[in-house]
Design a protein around this ligand. Structure first.
Ligand code: ADP
Ligand code: MG
Length: 317
């Protein structure tokens, strides 16, 4: 399928977005499509342009060029229709500290076209979903960071959006809140919600996302499923073997039998396209050559190594 066709059938289509903040080119023409019900991860280091992208997609910021369409509505021409469809969880928590969680949700929920009685039901339901029903009447200022984050997400769900944007929703919170957020997000995805999730944690992108866009320096440098990204980056897994008795001549012997070896003192890296198949062969060949192995380590391909191979940089600061 060519790209244009894919975009026609997608829930979200982002096309050639550019954004400058004075001299800073935060987005340099980024494009991606997201299908209905898909969990799309935007993965990139700090300053890559994730928040700028999400802010434009949620009408909080105007791009210098490019367009976004959501469920067939052009964001610029039909912002009101788009806003009905999306729920936005901003990176910065937006809550009134002096109000209770309940009143905060009442405030945010009343911005949407939902009747008071329906809203009350939804608030109760959402508070329970996030494990905060018992604490609903406490002022938000008495909440932990993780609890505030949960209410922040809850407030984006009250109008039952079909599409949810979440901008780094687990940064700086306790493991208990993080796990609860993961559970809720997985549930929403299972129920068919389309989710756009930005993160700089590759574990999160690997765990949840159907497809991932890797963003760096205002550009999408690769996108696809994890498998597609793995093959795109052309890196292979490595079997790292430490020896007790590695000599130059023994190393020469095994390197004549195996492509792409590298050696650092007593440790040899064997590049492998199929670890299951190669591991036993390597062990056998080494023992036939008279080598004693002290340790074996398998380096998997993951988003961290993919990012490194594509950009030459670490994902983390
Ligand atoms: N309001 C702003 N004014 C000036 N520069 C900004 C502003 N917001 C973001 N930037 C810059 O734009 C780039 C992208 O930022 P951002 O979208 O926040 O990245 P991310 O969310 O991936 O960390 C960065 O270089 C950042 O410093
Ligand atoms: Mg950000």
């Amino acid at each position: 399928m060519n790209e244009k066709r894919l975009y026609l059938f997608s829930m979200i289509s982002v096309s050639n977005l550019s954004k400058n903040y004075d001299a800073i080119q935060a987005l340099k023409g980024i494009s991606f499509g997201i299908k209905q019900g898909e969990f799309f991860g935007l993965l990139g280091p700090n300053g890559a342009g994730k928040t700028t992208t999400i802010s434009i997609m949620s009408t909080l910021l105007e791009p210098n060029a490019g367009s976004v369409s959501i469920a067939g509505f052009d964001l610029k021409n039909n912002p009101t229709e788009c806003k009905k469809i999306i729920g936005v969880v901003p990176q910065e928590i937006a809550l009134y500290n002096e109000l209770s969680a309940y009143d905060n949700l009442m405030f945010w929920g009343s911005l949407y076209n939902v009747t008071k009685s329906e809203l009350r039901l939804r608030i109760d339901e959402t508070l329970k979903l996030f494990g905060l029903f018992e604490r609903r009447n406490d002022k938000v200022k008495t909440y932990s960071g993780g609890m505030k984050r949960r209410i922040n997400i809850a407030s984006a769900l009250l109008h039952k959006p079909r599409v949810l944007f979440m901008d780094e929703p687990t940064v700086g919170i306790d493991p208990q809140s993080r796990n609860l957020i993961f559970e809720v997000v997985e549930k929403l995805h299972k129920e068919g919600m389309t989710i756009v999730y930005t993160t700089h944690y590759m574990e999160e992108a690997e765990r949840f996302c159907d497809r991932i866009g890797i963003i760096d320096n205002g550009q999408i440098i690769a996108q696809g499923t994890l498998e597609e990204l793995k093959s795109l980056s052309k890196i292979s897994e490595t079997i790292v073997v430490s020896f007790l008795n590695l000599s130059d001549s023994l190393y020469e012997k095994i390197s004549s039998e195996w492509e792409g070896l590298t050696r650092t003192e007593d440790v040899v890296h064997f590049i492998s396209s199929d670890v299951k198949r190669d591991l036993s062969v390597i062990v056998l060949k080494c023992s036939q050559a008279g080598l004693s192995i002290s340790h074996i380590d398998i380096k998997k391909v993951n988003l961290e190594t993919i990012f490194l191979s594509l950009t030459g940089k670490q994902l983390r600061d």
